[in-house]
Each structure stands twice: as structure tokens, then as C-alpha cells.
Design a protein around this ligand. Structure first.
Ligand code: SF4
Length: 367
């Protein structure tokens, strides 16, 4: 088992990150923040999906002026994402947000950053220093030659270390750090370099990762590599999609490394010429009908319930026997296993209803 890096414990509203605590899942609303009702509605959907920290963009005064109202109507800690204008950050802090995210490099001057730091200190809220390769001047001239990603990663880490040192010189230590690039190698190396020097909690993410399909893969590879190195205290999967999908993907990444649990893990065979049952339909139906898969925040126990759905009696029974609940078989009948023992024989049309019943019963006894 890998060892997680011990970082400083930071409070964000009513949750904590760092110090080896659970890696919290966050997402970002894609509604106009100035439309408080729509934003609240989306954050509530994110909450139901298991999101634990919600971020909103604050592009203008109108958006900043709605933050207090939004915060009142949600249960998650609210993070204000600010670029360019330090006055928006001051307004957001005034509105009672739980954390500010800034990229100090685009706020305009050290003095303006210092004003934000002072206000955050007074309000006792943390600041995420979010360094992004896309907006880092020192990374632009590096080009694409051999080893360029290492140079870019160093530029990112150096920038984050510089900003961290500046915050510390202002006697401010409630810091969370992210070092994002849109490519996996630069991102992983940048986080590694920073973590060798500082122990502030790390917010992980691959920026502009892409569509649901591509972004999920890119994020899984990048975030998976970082998490396996023991790095990361909170994460956001960025997808060009409904943000609820970001939350679902984040939990699956964490579950793959036994770091969090969605409560249930479905193991299913890829199917082949031996398959006599429509396994694709069975698995899709199960996933659709299991509310727990859409509400991973409800169950956070370390060991998920393992459910195996296998298409034949050649390789299927072995896997089904190993699972908590498993089924393997042919169109005549599937052999149902519970905790390694055969308990029934089921015709394919009964697989979904029977598995659902057993899964729900088991989850009830576990919760
Ligand atoms: S379990 Fe059977 S049907 Fe499924 S992939 Fe393996 S051999 Fe093919």
C-alpha cells in the first residue's frame, strides 16, 4: 500500500482537507453565478451526487454580489474562483465564501495579492494558489522539444513555490496549492516537485481535460499517477460535460485506488463468443437502477460491495465466487453466488431484479 503525504490540515467551511484525511471530491458549477437560483439548483444536484466542495466562477460584480445568497441556500462549502480583479476577491470574502481560489500571477501586482491575503486572514478562510501552465509566462517560451514537459513542470513548481513563499512572508499559511497543465506528464512532475519542498494540501486536477470520454481517461491516468504517489488532498475532475459526471468519475478514480468508496463495485466480463447472456444490458440496467452509484457520497466505507456479472460458465464462476454477490451463466440459467456459495439458479430475465434486491439488502445492512 502506498503512503499518503502528510500535509497541513486546512478547514474549508464545515470540512477539512489535508493531514491524511479523506480526499474530498469537488466540482465547479457551470451556470452563470449571477443567476443564483440556477447555480443553487446545480450545486444541489452536485451535493446529491456526492460532491463535497463547490466552486463557482466570479467574473464580475454581479456574480460576486450573489455569493452570499448562494451560500445561504447550499450545504457545501463555497469556493469563489477569481481572476484578474482583486476587488472581486474582496467582495467574495465579504459575502462569506469559505475559500478563495486565485492565480496570483494574474491579479496584477503583489500589493493587490496582499490585500486579498489580509482579507482572507481576517475572515479565517484559506486561499488556493492555483497555478496554471496556460497563464504562466515562464512556461510559454519553452516550446515542445525533448524534455520540454520537465522544464514546464519546473516553471510551474517554481511559480507555486514563489507564491507560497510570498504568502508565508505575509504570515499567511492557510494555503492549498494546485499546479495544473492540460497534459498529464507536466502536471504529475509539477506536483512532485512542489511536494518535495512544501507540505501544503494539494488540490489535484488536469485542466481542460476534455470531453466525458477523453477527459475521464486523461484525468484517470494523471490523477491516478499522483494519487498512487501519495499526493493529493482534494480533487476535481474537469470535464466538458455536466459537472455531476465529474463527481462520478472522481469517485471511481478514488475507488480504483481504495481511497474512497462509492459503496459498490461492479465487476463485469468484457464478453466474448462464449457469452450467451446480454451482459452489456444487464450491467447498464444495474448501474441505472442503483441510486447508490449516482450518490457515491452516501457510502464512504473503505470496502465496496463487490458484484460480479459474468457471461459464461468457463471463466465466470471463479470471478462470481470471489465477489460478495456474483452471477455467471448461460441463457438456460445463471448460477448465483453469495459470499462464495451457490444460492440459486436464475433465468437471464431474473438477473437484474434479483441482483438489485440482493444488492439493496446488503447495502442496507452495511450502512
Ligand atoms: S466470462 Fe466467459 S463470456 Fe465473459 S469474457 Fe470470459 S470467457 Fe467470455
Amino acid at each position: 500500500m502506498f503512503t499518503r503525504q502528510q500535509t497541513k490540515k486546512i478547514r474549508i467551511g464545515n470540512v477539512f482537507i489535508g493531514a491524511g484525511g479523506p480526499i474530498l471530491v469537488q466540482s465547479m458549477a457551470n451556470t452563470a453565478t449571477s443567476d443564483a437560483a440556477k447555480t443553487v439548483e446545480q450545486i444541489k444536484r452536485l451535493t446529491d451526487a456526492g460532491c463535497e466542495i463547490a466552486r463557482v466562477a466570479v467574473p464580475d460584480v454581479k456574480a460576486a454580489s450573489r455569493l452570499g445568497l448562494i451560500k445561504k441556500k447550499i450545504s457545501l462549502p463555497l469556493v469563489a474562483d477569481i481572476h484578474f480583479d482583486h476587488n472581486l476577491a474582496l467582495m467574495a470574502i465579504d459575502q462569506g465564501v469559505d475559500k478563495i481560489r486565485i492565480n496570483p500571477g494574474n491579479i496584477g501586482s503583489k500589493e493587490k495579492v496582499a490585500l486579498i491575503v489580509e482579507a482572507a486572514k481576517k475572515a479565517r478562510i484559506p486561499i488556493r494558489v492555483g497555478v496554471n501552465a496556460g497563464s504562466l509566462k515562464s512556461a510559454h517560451s519553452i516550446g515542445n522539444g525533448e524534455g520540454a514537459y520537465l522544464k514546464r513542470a519546473k516553471a510551474l513548481a517554481d511559480a507555486a513555490l514563489g507564491y507560497t513563499a510570498y504568502f508565508e512572508s505575509l504570515d499567511f499559511f492557510d494555503i492549498v496549492v494546485s499546479l495544473k497543465a492540460s497534459d498529464v506528464k507536466t502536471t504529475v512532475e509539477a506536483y512532485k516537485l512542489y511536494a518535495e519542498k512544501k507540505k501544503y494540501p494539494l488540490h489535484l486536477g488536469i485542466t481542460e481535460a476534455g470531453s466525458l470520454f477523453r477527459g475521464t481517461i486523461k484525468s484517470s491516468v494523471g490523477l491516478g499517477a499522483l494519487l498512487y504517489l501519495g499526493l493529493g488532498d482534494t480533487l476535481r475532475v474537469s470535464l466538458t460535460s455536466d459537472p455531476v459526471e465529474e463527481v462520478k468519475v472522481a469517485y471511481q478514480i478514488l475507488q480504483a485506488l481504495d481511497l474512497r468508496s462509492t459503496g459498490i463495485d461492479i465487476i463485469s466480463c468484457p464478453t466474448c463468443a462464449r457469452c450467451e447472456v446480454d451482459i452489456v444490458r444487464v450491467v447498464n440496467e444495474l448501474e441505472k437502477k442503483l441510486p447508490v452509484l449516482r450518490a457515491p457520497g452516501n457510502l464512504k466505507k473503505a470496502r465496496p460491495l463487490k458484484v460480479a456479472v459474468m457471461g459464461c460458465v468457463v471463466n465466470g464462476p471463479g470471478e462470481a465466487k470471489e465477489a460478495d454477490i456474483g452471477i455467471a451463466g448461460s441463457k438456460k440459467a445463471g448460477v448465483l453466488f453469495q459470499n462464495g456459495r451457490i444460492t440459486a439458479s436464475l433465468k437471464p430475465k431474473m438477473w437484474v431484479p434479483e441482483l438489485l434486491k440482493l444488492i439493496k439488502n446488503e447495502l442496507k445492512t452495511r450502512s
